[in-house]
Design a protein around this ligand. Structure first.
Ligand code: NAP
Ligand code: COA
Length: 288
């Protein structure tokens, strides 16, 4: 769990594309909402009238981020300590959230763990750890919030996946397997829970600048050639992903369930996935 302790910052001059009251009176529960993409999803939902719970392992981090988010948006943000691998901790956190807000209309399963590793370099525990956080963690939180609230009242669930699993990305066996499991789970639950007024979707980011995931997965070695290889000629931003989630949870997306929105500027279609070339890029990176 060794991530940087830099304070999260809100978006400069956020450009409102939707009505500011789009999510008025809604409550969202966002795992891993204290940092990175999850933080910006929390910010953008709050900017549209939503109150938010952000939950992850580091209480100090979610507390600090909740204060930043509330100060910027004027909405309530409840920080809670929770490990998505621990059903008892999740139950306690969800029960605290229900006590404070009396509802959870939106769940964003964003918490994840990842690192670059060749398949042959993964220990049993390394593979299991990523499956546990990403796939089981998504199931665990979804189950608790379904039981506690959505079963009776409906809601929208957004699972943050990735594009690694689509083409079998080099050195990403563990995360690709986990994200593929989440996408399958999403389809199963869409089929069973549609009649309860629950929509469940995946949003799959490509490379997103200024994130932990980006720096772990080779972002530091980004070259001009890499960027030119992306159809829209740039990497994604946290705001891009937050706006995609905003659309998915809004009533504008009422017909969407059981599918994945890939939000990556077309990157998965053209990105590098050659073992020898990626090994070379990584060797050059380690010399930087
Ligand atoms: P990040 O800032 O490291 O976000 C991960 C969050 O998950 C952290 O806030 C972390 O907080 C929390 N977390 C990790 N393990 C947890 C656990 N066991 N229980 C509860 N919370 C846990 O990374 P990010 O890059 O923004 O990634 C966010 C999401 O986007 C992930 O699902 C990732 O797979 C996806 N994604 C990112 C990119 C990218 O380019 N960044 C690309 C594709 C997909 P604590 O340490 O406090 O627990
Ligand atoms: N390469 C190969 N194996 C690795 C690794 C790497 N870079 N990093 C960790 N592992 C292995 C560990 O060696 C351990 O296996 P072992 O017991 O056989 O030695 C296993 O993974 C679990 O590591 P541990 O540090 O105990 O797990 P944790 O639960 O404390 O942390 C991680 C989970 C490893 C995913 C950690 O990086 C994390 O907390 N990540 C969250 C942030 C993040 O990844 N953000 C990006 C999201 S895209």
């Amino acid at each position: 769990m060794s991530q940087t302790s830099e304070k999260e910052r809100c978006i400069n001059n956020y450009n409102y594309l939707f009505r500011k009251d789009l999510l008025q009176n809604k409550v969202a529960f966002i795992t891993g909402g204290g940092t990175g993409i999850g933080f910006t999803i929390a910010e953008v939902l709050m900017r549209h009238g939503c109150d938010v719970v952000i939950a992850s392992r580091r209480l100090e981090k979610v507390k600090e981020s909740a204060a930043t988010l509330s100060a910027e948006t004027g909405r309530r943000c409840l920080p809670l300590q929770m490990d998505v691998r621990d059903p008892k901790k999740i139950q306690a956190a969800v029960s605290e959230a229900m006590k404070q807000f009396e509802k959870i209309n939106i769940l964003v399963n964003n918490a994840a763990g990842n690192f670059l590793s060749p398949a042959e370099g993964l220990s049993f525990n390394a593979f299991r750890t990523v499956m546990d956080i990403d796939a089981l963690g998504t199931y665990n939180v979804t189950k608790v919030i379904f039981d506690e609230y959505m079963k009776k009242h409906g809601g929208v669930i957004v699972n943050i996946t990735a594009t690694l699993q689509v083409r079998g990305q080099v050195f990403q066996l563990h995360a690709g397997a986990a994200k593929a499991a989440i996408e399958a789970m999403t389809r199963h639950l869409a089929v069973e829970w549609g009649e309860k007024g629950i929509r469940i979707m995946c949003v799959a980011p490509g490379p997103i600048e200024q994130t932990e995931g980006f720096s772990r997965l080779g972002g530091k070695a980004m070259t001009r050639e890499y960027v030119e290889n992306i159809p829209i000629q740039r990497v994604g931003t946290r705001e891009d992903i937050a706006n995609t989630v905003l659309y998915v949870v809004s009533d504008a997306a009422k017909l969407l369930t059981g599918t994945t929105i890939i939000a990556d500027g077309g990157s998965w279609l053209t990105s590098e996935n050659n073992l020898q070339r990626i090994k070379k890029i990584m060797t050059n990176q380690s010399k930087l």
